[in-house]
Design a protein around this ligand. Structure first.
Ligand code: PLP
Length: 399
């Protein structure tokens, strides 16, 4: 029996049974649904994409997987070469893992060990944002600020190793002033905080963070597991402000297979590179660099480049603004739009209860959570399909 995610099994509504998926559509036995969630924001090219399918089939003809412990292979090498040339700045060193949470763990471990390797043993703390979400594993829960994990706080008390601040420059400056001697890194979901409620903030905050990190020697980590590959309208937010470590996941493989990468710059890599075996990075997920995942990720990036995906995302943002900007209803607190993300926040979660079934009956798959109704569509969506996603939302409020 399947134990489903984030659900009280006793009271959950049975999940929709998907029997086929193609393009932006999910198929149940009797309904065709536009996937407005892109399977947790990852399926940017849509389902059953012929070129992505072919990339996997080709690799499958050779082998599905070999470990990176003592072995290596072309699919992982080609992907790391591609990322090295494609990612901004000198984020040249790719550490692969099987999920975003693990890749964030790796980034946090890198930041801590970087300073331990240098003998700076007081640098044990992480600066993070309020409402942050960085994954479901223990360290990422601790660094995140998700109400669902407050049982951990109840059990262990507030972490002595994480400081949470709001996305305000004054709070940022103050945190650095007070804690700079004990900080190893500042980690953020840049510009768009996803699971914490699709919260959007200004680039000036991140520019100031970069300056303060430079001033105090603190490492800057961008968790772009959700924002990477165009979701904010930028290819990566790292194109605007350069972090020392960049974490990518979700859309990395076009949503085909779980895989993630922690890309470090030269400074970080050099902090591990010497004669001392204790200075090595002690991490190695069993399925890191999985050959099927790497081959589909490479093809996904090639599509992103060759098919003008940033143009597609600009078009999505334009239509989103036409449909949703200025939309108001007494129940709606705010409408937020950025790149390929639209969020309608309501005052009372009860006001969107039942929306999922309402949308299902109209041919849209949606998965609202708490007080957030949102769309993060596959970038290949057509104009009329996208308008249908928003009109379904507006229809709900018009009842
Ligand atoms: C989804 C997500 C993660 C976790 O990725 P998984 O692959 O689910 O482990 C981490 N950080 C951010 C910002 C995410 O959105």
């Amino acid at each position: 029996m399947i134990w489903y995610p984030y659900e009280q099994m006793k009271t959950m509504r049975p999940p929709y049974q998907i029997v086929d998926a193609e393009g932006v559509y999910l198929y149940t036995k009797d309904q065709k649904l536009i996937d407005s969630v892109s399977s947790w924001w990852s399926v940017i090219h849509g389902y059953k994409h012929p070129e992505l399918d072919r990339a996997i089939e080709e690799q499958l003809g050779k082998f599905a997987h070999v470990m990176l412990g003592g072995l290596t292979h072309e699919a992982a090498q080609k992907l790391s070469d591609k990322l090295q040339s494609w990612l901004p700045g000198d984020l040249d060193y790719c550490f692969f893992s099987d999920s975003g949470s693990v890749a964030v763990e790796v980034a946090l471990k890198m930041a801590l060990q970087y300073f331990m390797n240098r003998g700076e043993t007081a640098r044990t703390k992480v600066l993070a944002l309020e409402h942050a979400y960085h994954g479901d594993t223990f360290k990422t829960m601790e660094v995140g600020d998700d109400e669902d994990y407050h049982f951990v706080l109840n059990a262990y008390g507030k972490s002595q190793h994480v400081i949470h601040i709001p996305t305000e420059i004054q709070a940022l400056e103050q945190a650095f002033e007070v804690h700079h001697e004990t900080l190893n890194c500042f980690i953020a979901e840049p510009l768009l905080q996803g699971a914490g409620g699709m919260r959007m903030y200004d680039i000036s905050f991140l520019k100031r963070a970069r300056e303060l990190c430079d001033q105090y020697g603190v490492l800057l980590i961008f968790d772009e597991v959700a924002t990477g590959f165009g979701r904010t309208g930028n290819r990566f937010v790292a194109d605007l402000v350069l972090p020392d470590i960049l974490v990518l996941g979700k859309a990395l493989t076009g949503g085909y297979i779980g895989h993630a990468v922690t890309a470090a710059n030269h400074r970080v890599y050099d902090g591990f590179y010497d004669e001392n075996p204790e200075h090595a990075l002690m991490h190695g997920p069993t399925f890191m660099g999985n050959a099927l995942a790497c081959s589909v990720a490479l093809k996904s990036i090639e599509l992103f480049e060759s098919q003008d995906y940033l143009g597609k995302i600009r078009r999505i943002e334009e239509i989103s603004r036409q449909e949703m900007e200025g939309f108001s209803d007494p129940r709606v607190k705010e409408v937020r739009i950025m790149g390929g993300c639209v969020c309608v926040e309501v005052y009372d979660p009860a006001d969107i209860k039942g929306y999922q079934q309402f949308a299902y009956e109209r041919g849209v798959f949606s998965r609202p959570f708490l007080s957030y109704l949102y769309a993060m569509v596959p970038y290949v969506i057509r104009e009329e399909e996208l308008r249908k996603v928003f009109r379904t939302m507006k229809e709900w409020f018009a009842r």
